[in-house]
Ligand binder design. Structure first.
Ligand code: ADP
Length: 174
């Protein structure tokens, strides 16, 4: 199942929630700040031990005080309008689904739930519509290349009305 809701990702008791991370995996603003605040100081400690990343990389940590089970930290691209930006954003979504699948297998689960924020569309400046298009196209692509990933229930959590409208429209035409 792929769906969208409007709200705050930190309150969701999903198996996995995605953080729109920076390449240092440090506490930041926006959704990243909200996730670190709600998870408690142990998350910043866990993230400090992670090897630094680059746009498109994803790392997993426990979720500590959050209601979810683990956090996938996806390094979104800083928008400059390049083709590479789109590829890096697609890598964020692709790598999150791949890691969620690994998590499902490791924990011997038959399904997992995965919640995405609209990566890069805040402080990193990626245009909302183009980012939504990359997200939906990438999810469609990985589900068709690896049908077992359909056992991952995906929710796009939109904090802003503009994103909620875009995702509702895009999902209607899936
Ligand atoms: P980035 O640096 O990747 O642009 P931001 O956190 O600035 O990350 O923004 C990414 C998206 O997350 C934006 O659409 C923003 O509205 C949204 N956002 C901010 N806070 C939350 C939250 N608590 N839950 C879900 N989404 C959020």
């Amino acid at each position: 199942m792929i769906s969208t809701i409007k709200g705050d990702i930190t309150g969701l008791d999903f198996d996995l929630i995605v953080n729109a991370a920076n390449d240092q995996f440090l506490p930041g603003g926006g959704v990243c700040g909200a996730i670190f605040a709600a998870a408690g100081p142990a998350l910043a400690q866990a993230c400090a031990a992670l090897p630094k990343g680059k746009a498109g990389d994803v790392r997993i940590t426990p979720a500590f005080d959050l209601p979810s089970k683990a956090v996938l930290h996806a390094v979104g691209p800083i928008y400059e309008g390049t083709k590479q930006n789109a590829e890096d954003l697609a890598s964020c979504y692709w790598n999150c689904v791949a890691l969620a699948y690994e998590y499902m297998r490791e924990h011997e689960l038959s399904r997992v739930s995965l919640a995405f924020p609209c990566i890069s569309t805040g402080i990193y400046g990626y245009p909302h519509e183009a980012a939504c298009d990359v997200a939906i196209r990438t999810i469609k692509k990985i589900r068709s290349a690896y049908p077992d990933t359909k056992a991952i229930d995906i929710v796009f959590v939109c904090f802003e009305q503009i994103d909620y409208e875009l995702y509702k429209k895009a999902l209607r035409s899936l």
